[in-house]
Structure formats: C-alpha cells, structure tokens
Design a protein around this ligand. Structure first.
Ligand code: SAH
Ligand code: SF4
Ligand code: F3S
Length: 491
C-alpha cells in the first residue's frame, strides 16, 4: 500500500523512500472559493483526497495548484513513521508567513495525523484551524464555515460504517487512464509496529455494486485501469444482509457473502479492456481462489504486492504478522505455480525491528534471495506511540545499525530488480500507455501487466491505448521497448 512515488519513470529504491506529496490541480468550474490539498502517505490517502475534493466542490470550492491563492489549505497527513509526521510539521511552519498576511485563510489537518493527535494538534500547531480524521470528511464544510467565523474545530470520530460509497471522487492528478478505487477502509490486523488500526479504525468493506459502478463509469470516461485499494484487500467481505438490505433498497440481491475473489471477478467483467490491479495483499489472507481468479482473466494484472516485513519467524511473531517464514514461502510457491514466473511480486520490509539480531536480519536477505522481488518499499523501524510494539518491546536497535541493515536490504533489492528486469529483455509485452515520459517528449511510458514501467518511442497512438512492445533494454527500475503492434487483441 505504501506508495510514495507518483508519476516518475525512473526511480531507484532510495528515491522511492523519499517522502513525496501530491497537490491538487487548477480547476475552474466557476465556484467562488479555492481549495488547495496536499496529500502525504499511501494511495489510500490520495484516494481520500479525491473524496474530500468532491465534498468541498459540492460546497462551493474549486481546486487550485497554488496554495497562495487558496481560501482553504488542507494537508492530508500520514503517521506511519516519525519522519512522515515531521515532514508535515515542517510544512505547516512554512505556511505561517502566508497565514500572517492572510489571516482569513483556513488551514486544516486531515488524515492519519489528525486522527492520532486530535485536539493536541490545535494546541501544538497554532496555525491549524480544523483537525479532521479519515471517517469524518462529510463534516468538513461545516467545520470550515465555523472556522471562517473564528471558531476552531476537531472531528476525529471513527466510524464502523463509513465507506463514502455514495461520493463520486473528483479525480486529482489524473492522467485520465489509471484511477484508484477504495474498496474498504480501516484495518483489524494489529501488526505490532503499525499505527494504521489506530488512525483508520475498524475494517469495513464497501458495497461491491458501488465499486463496480465506479469502475464502469471510469471506463466510460476513457480510463483503462483501476487499482482496488485497501490495507488488506484479501479480507474484503460484504454481505447484503449485514449491510441492511432495506436501507440500501436492494431487492434484487441474493443473500450471500462477497469475498475479494468475487469482487475481483465482478470488476474484471466490467470490460475486457479495463485492467484491474489491487493493493495490498496480506500473506496470511491471500487465497488460492484469488490466484485462480487472476489467472482466469487476462485483464487482471499479474502483479501482487505481498509485504513480508521480515524473513525471520521469531521477528514476524513479535510483529504479530500471524504468518511465519514457511507460510510466506508456501504462498510464494503457490503464486509461481498458478501464475508463473513472470507474475510481478513486490514487498515492504522493515529493518531493525525490536530485538532483531544480525542472524535474523540475514534471514530477511535470504528470503529476498529466494523470492527475488521485482520491487520493494524498504524502511527502518520507527517506533509509533500507542502501538503494541511501543508498549511491549524496547526499540533497542541503534539507529546506525538499523540504517546499515536497511542499506543491505536496499542493495540486494537493486540487484534483484535488475536481475528480474533483465529476464524481460527480449520478451514481448503489452503495455497500457499512461502518458508522455518525463525524460523526453518523444517517448511514451506505460506499464506491463507485472507493473513494470516501459519507455517506448512515440508512435501513431495516444494515452489509454494498449501497445504490444518488444523489450530491448533495461535498468533496475525501467524497461525500454520497441513498438510491435497497436491495440492487440490480448491485453
Ligand atoms: N497494510 C499494509 C501496509 C501499510 S503500511 C500491509 O499490511 O502490508 C506500509 C508499510 O509501512 C508497511 O508494510 C511497513 O513495511 C511500513 N511500516 C509500517 N509501520 C512502520 C513503522 N512503525 N516503522 C517502519 N515502517 C513501518
Ligand atoms: Fe498495518 Fe498490519 Fe494493518 Fe497493514 S495489515 S495496515 S501493517 S496493521
Ligand atoms: Fe496511509 Fe500513512 Fe495513514 S500509510 S493509512 S496515510 S498512516
């Protein structure tokens, strides 16, 4: 789920670590006020900002890319590591000068930091007028108008039901080809290092029909790829009974439970020319049924983000990941058996978790040697207040050791990324064109089913087209290709 990279063609693993944010773009539909949002953290947060923009649009706001001209500034924040929070605090202090010259401007902190720190944020950051957690965005217009009248406000109510299913997101930073769809919110897993269950609340799944409708509408507007988002998509579970059939006024429904494999199939059937991706899969929950569903549909991309966190069973137990090294490796074998060697697999890794020994760290490296991930997001452990690990274990690995272990993990990943990419050289792949390459106006970029970015010369086609290419060269982060066929029958 952690995806801090936006529209970048060529990245190294180190660059992927760099904290990045997305901002709103200019939109003029004649509304009287301007909203600027800066979004940090994971795709889930970026997707939430699209819901926030939609709610604010209904209430008289167009988006802007310039915070100087905004009436309202929102920072949609992340708490996953200490550094993510520090970045936001620094950013708030940068807005101080602007607020001094423009005191009528409203500054809001949304998202995970808002949820974690609640009214403490108003005390600690004087510039902030509103603090709103991830389940309370419907209250934003109300809180903003109160702030305009001089009273600061906080709403960090966590809901067991809110999925914003009825809100059509305003697509921000859109390339018009790929889009995110949130399919669930919250997380019930309680991994001991992780703050998400506290900032996002209980897990709940969104009505599958609203998901399919959103995918269909996107396809009709020209989008060709959707990514289904959740902290743990494999635990998607929805039943009309539980979700109060009467309230939803749905009489045509059969009384059954929809799992993630069912949902994936429903979205895949929207159109064979709509690619479907998903993130994140949890190793304890990913089922063979999901893998067989992926195999059955060409338009479900053959790529799985399956974060391992550590290669050592004792550390995994302390992390409360509820699987061990053997279980994880069995899941990898199953993926290879059902989907073959070309299926892309990526991971998240944490170096230097509490009490991790040198030998245990080496097991993360040997895990990497066995799996050969195409890509990974790699971090050193950052203790988060209130988590199980913070309460139970000592954060006892010195920073320099954490950093050295992390650099070993990064070096290994770079080797493997290159090795995996080299296997693609000489093969034919179908890519979906997402737009012009950042490196040159003469080149397009698009991704393979396995989620690898390919750079090709511009031909007689446009964004949103599928192109069959021959891979001619690669780096650890990017493939380069020649055009073979435009709009092939297989995608
Ligand atoms: N739901 C996803 C992960 C979401 S958080 C999953 O279970 O895989 C994204 C990643 O941030 C995690 O996979 C983990 O690698 C990293 N992370 C989370 N908490 C962290 C912490 N306290 N210190 C360092 N990295 C952390
Ligand atoms: Fe955090 Fe674990 Fe939930 Fe992922 S599955 S969001 S790491 S608690
Ligand atoms: Fe995402 Fe960061 Fe929250 S990773 S769920 S924005 S803590």
């Amino acid at each position: 789920m952690e995806n801090l990279i936006k529209d970048i063609d060529i990245i190294t693993a180190e660059e992927a670590q760099a904290c990045d944010f997305k901002t709103t773009e200019d939109e003029s539909t004649g509304k009287s006020k301007k909203l600027y949002i800066e979004s940090y953290g994971c795709q889930m947060n970026f997707s939430d900002s699209e819901i926030v923009a939609s709610i604010m649009k209904e209430n008289g706001f167009d988006t802007t890319s310039s915070f100087e001209e905004a009436d309202v500034i929102f920072l949609n924040t992340c708490s996953i590591r200490d550094k993510a929070e520090q970045t936001v605090r620094k950013r708030l202090s940068q807005f101080n000068a602007l607020k001094n010259t423009k005191p009528e401007m409203t500054v809001g902190v949304l998202g995970c930091m808002a949820e974690r720190l609640k009214d403490k944020l108003l005390e600690e950051e004087k510039i902030v007028d509103v603090v709103v957690g991830p389940d309370a965005y419907r209250d934003l217009p109300n809180l903003v108008s109160q702030a305009e009248e001089g009273s600061k406000g906080v709403n960090t109510f966590l809901s067991r039901e809110e999925t914003y299913a009825d809100i059509a997101p305003v697509r921000l930073n859109s390339n018009g080809v790929t889009a995110f769809i949130s399919i669930m919110r919250g997380c019930d897993n309680m991994c001991s290092f992780c703050v998400v269950p506290f900032t996002r609340g209980r897990e709940r799944s969104r009505d599958p029909y609203s998901i399919v409708n959103e995918a269909r509408e996107l396809f009709q507007k020209g989008y060709r790829e959707v990514t289904l988002l959740g902290q743990n998509v494999d635990s998607y579970k929805w039943s009309p009974e539980e979700n109060n059939k009467a309230r939803l006024n749905r009489k045509d429904e059969v009384s059954e439970v929809y799992n993630f494999a069912n949902l994936l199939e429903m979205v895949a059937k929207v159109d064979p020319k709509l690619r479907v991706r998903f993130s994140t899969s949890h190793p304890k929950d990913i089922t063979d049924e999901v893998l067989y569903t992926m195999k059955k549909y060409d338009n479900i991309c053959k790529y799985i983000h399956l974060p391992v966190q550590s290669g050592n069973s004792r550390v995994l137990k302390l992390m409360n990941r509820t699987y061990d090294r053997e279980w994880y490796l069995e899941r990898i074998s199953k993926i290879r058996e059902i989907l073959g060697d070309s299926c892309g697999i990526s991971s998240d890794m944490i170096a230097g978790f509490c009490t991790e020994t040198e030998e245990e760290h080496k097991e993360t490296l040997t895990m990497m040697d066995i799996v050969k991930y195409d890509f990974s997001y790699m971090f050193f452990y950052s203790e988060r207040p209130g988590t199980l690990a913070a309460k139970k274990y000592e954060d006892d690995i010195p920073l320099d050791i954490k950093k050295r272990r992390l650099s070993e993990i990064i070096a290994k990943q770079n080797e493997h990324s290159l090795e995996r990419n080299k296997l693609d050289v000489g093969t034919e792949q179908v890519i979906l064109i997402e737009g012009t390459s950042k490196r040159s106006d003469e080149q397009f970029k698009g991704r393979t089913s396995a989620n690898k970015m390919v750079i090709i010369p511009k031909g007689d086609f446009d964004k949103g087209d599928y192109v069959k290419v021959k891979i001619t060269d690669c780096t650890a982060a990017t493939l380069f290709g020649d055009i073979l066929e435009i709009n092939p029958s297989q995608i």
